[in-house]
Design a protein around this ligand. Structure first.
Ligand SMILES: [Zn+2]
Length: 163
């Protein structure tokens, strides 16, 4: 993890907080960076659109493809404040990003942020038909984890978005 990675992750945290920091709204931020330039910066928008697929990473990939006029993001890095879910991991593979860097991991936050059944992002990548996507987790782990409910939070079911 480089100083550049931490700088981009700070930017992702800023985007995650851009509409408030209520952890019940799943404030995720994602940035697509290519050749040292920010191509897209998006927040999770599932609630406001509403669109179940409008995760921050999906939105950032869509926006980056639009801006570049390309369906492939070869050489790009996708930064996300939280470990990408199975859908966003597949989107990373299809969009051909070179690298995925995330902040907090699955075990750093409450289970409400992930699928009820465990999808292991890392083995997803290993088993994928592309072996050249690099995933690096834990960039500014604690700062990113502080955006979300902690693993031990005692939440009423009504507040648990994904259950
Ligand atoms: Zn996702």
């Amino acid at each position: 993890m480089s100083e550049d990675d931490e700088r981009w992750m700070r930017r992702a945290i800023e985007v995650a907080r851009s509409r408030g920091s209520d952890p019940s709204t799943s404030p995720l931020g994602a940035i697509v960076v290519l050749d040292g330039r920010e191509i897209a910066a998006e927040r999770n928008q599932t609630g406001e659109l509403p669109d179940a697929t409008a995760h921050a990473e999906m939105m950032a990939i869509r926006r980056a493809c639009e801006r570049l006029g390309e369906m492939e993001l070869r050489g790009a890095t996708l930064y996300s404040t939280l470990q990408p879910c199975g859908m966003c991991t597949m989107a990373s593979i299809w969009s051909k990003v070179r690298r995925v860097v995330y902040g907090a991991g699955r075990n750093d936050v409450h289970r409400m942020y992930f699928e009820a059944r465990h999808v292991d992002t890392l083995s997803f990548i290993e088993d994928a038909y592309r072996g050249d996507v690099v995933i690096d987790g834990g960039c500014l782990r604690e700062e990113c984890a502080s955006l979300y409910y902690p693993p031990s939070a005692d939440l009423p079911p009504a507040e648990q978005a994904n259950l």
